[in-house]
Design a protein around this ligand. Structure first.
Ligand SMILES: Cc1cn([C@H]2C[C@H](O)[C@@H](COP(=O)(O)O)O2)c(=O)[nH]c1=O
Length: 219
């Protein structure tokens, strides 16, 4: 009996990590058992090429590494995680929550391609990760819809900190947001709007909506 895999997706600086923490804390309080995954797994050996890529060792711009090539780096890390950490739990019916997943390749790597090339890429990506590598496809995806303009100041402020090659490229991030928004419609992801009337909603407000949506998906 397969378990359930729920994925939280969002562009850089969308508040995703904070929301993921809150969601996990809520499930902990309720005594709901689940496994928690965060991708990329920077501390693990399987993320070596991700760290090289995001650190700029293959080029300083996201486009320096093709969507297909970069996707394989992230896919390998997920494969290693599945095989060593959660395959048995999931196959025995467990609930798994992931902060980013294959959907992050769909958003951040498809954004490197022209619109007319994206469908072929997404077909390839899902076939590669879900069928060839054999990792599970998500049951539900929750997309934190935070327009890049809304976090522009925050991103500028982060300039002082060490940023990866994605975060350094504002145009690329805007493009990723547009792609994510389009994919949410195409694939029926749950859209959690993080702004209202041009203002960012409170963390608590967004969290309440996300938590309620996730609770509806679990038995
Ligand atoms: C997990 C994952 C992340 N990414 C991107 C999203 C972020 O811009 C960047 C690093 O992720 P992070 O900001 O969550 O640490 O890598 C992919 O392109 N594909 C993936 O599969």
């Amino acid at each position: 009996m397969s378990g359930k895999l729920l994925v939280l997706e969002g562009t850089d600086a969308s508040g995703k990590s904070t929301q993921f923490e809150r969601l996990c804390a809520f499930l902990d309080e309720r005594g709901i058992s689940y496994r928690r995954l965060v991708f990329p797994r920077y501390q693990e050996e399987s993320s070596a090429l991700i760290r090289m890529y995001l650190g700029g060792q293959f080029g300083e711009h996201p486009d320096d590494v093709s969507a297909y090539t970069a996707s394989t780096f992230f896919a390998v890390d997920r494969y290693a995680s599945y095989q060593t950490e959660w395959k048995d739990y999931y196959e025995n019916g467990g609930l798994v929550l992931a902060d980013r997943y294959t959907t992050s390749n769909a958003v951040h790597q498809a954004s490197k391609l022209e619109e007319e090339e994206q469908k072929a890429f997404l077909d390839w990506l899902f076939d590669f990760e879900y069928r060839i590598m054999g990792i599970p496809a998500p049951d539900d995806v929750y997309f934190l819809d935070m327009p890049t303009e809304a976090v522009h100041d925050l991103l500028e402020h982060r300039q002082g900190k060490t940023q990866d090659i994605h975060e350094q490229d504002m145009e690329y991030l805007k493009h990723c947001y547009q792609t994510a928004s389009k994919l949410a419609d195409t694939f029926g992801w749950h859209r959690i709007r993080c702004t209202q009337d041009g203002r960012i909603r409170t963390i608590e407000d967004i969290s309440a909506e996300l938590t309620a949506a996730v609770l509806r998906a679990i038995p």
